[in-house]
Design a protein around this ligand. Sequence first.
Ligand SMILES: NC(=O)c1ccc[n+]([C@@H]2O[C@H](COP(=O)([O-])OP(=O)(O)OC[C@H]3O[C@@H](n4cnc5c(N)ncnc54)[C@H](O)[C@@H]3O)[C@@H](O)[C@H]2O)c1
Length: 253
Amino acid sequence: MRLANKIALVTGGAQGLGFAIAKTFAEHGAKVVITDLQVELGDAAAATINQQFNDRCRFIQQDVTNEERWQQVVEETLGSFGKLDILVNNAGIALTASIEDETLEGWRTTQAVNLDAVFMGTQMAVRAMKKNGGSIINISSIEGMVGDPKIPAYNASKGGIRLLTKSAALYCAQEGYAVRVNSVHPGFIRTEMVEKGLDSVGPEAWDMVQQAIPAGKLGIPEDVAYGALYLASDESTYVNGSELVIDGGFLAR
Ligand SMILES: NC(=O)c1ccc[n+]([C@@H]2O[C@H](COP(=O)([O-])OP(=O)(O)OC[C@H]3O[C@@H](n4cnc5c(N)ncnc54)[C@H](O)[C@@H]3O)[C@@H](O)[C@H]2O)c1
């Protein structure tokens, strides 16, 4: 019960990493609000968590690109549970197009979901947490640290999260808020986002990725969830503005 009495909000929690993070938080005693664009999947995700962990989860539909909705979601969470201790900015998209092929629309959509939303969530969470403290966890990527020729918009958005996180962390420290802001940088983890991307290229893409990972295999969502659990818990009280890479050794080469 590493998160007993904590209230958490996890965006993009209907599936993939967000779902694994929400489930792990509930397993450790937190009450968790998950939000997502996908209503059916979100309801099902909350029901699955509630079956296992005694009514600790609630789903709220949210488009993270909408500022007004962000306000409502934070207010609803505070209204239902009285406080917010943990925010995981996890919702994200990955569109593939090289710098020559990417459109301005694709670029802007990517920044809206992956970066603007993390800005809005971080800002609102800092305001909600500054009295009593809290932990904000921004899901970036290894692609926020190294370049990839096929995803310039994703690279830029995830690199942006990395430094937005540090700026917010420094601001909170400067103001004397007990609010910590850290980023998580997953490598290749088996979720719909990665599986669809690799499938669209073919079996050679799977072989290539597996060979490139020192661990010899892709990660699973729980690998990332346990990292988020540490950052969410009071065990990481002295960890602020840091980057947690969870990638099977990919960036160590
Ligand atoms: N899977 C990986 O290997 C990997 C690696 C590095 C980083 N990441 C990051 O982790 C996060 C989760 O990725 P995933 O692999 O679980 O992806 P996923 O596609 O399985 O899940 C993403 C979730 O975000 C939701 N979402 C998308 N746009 C939204 C919006 N506008 N508002 C609200 N919800 C929205 C989707 O409905 C979906 O449920 C993303 O930010 C992704 O960039 C994933």
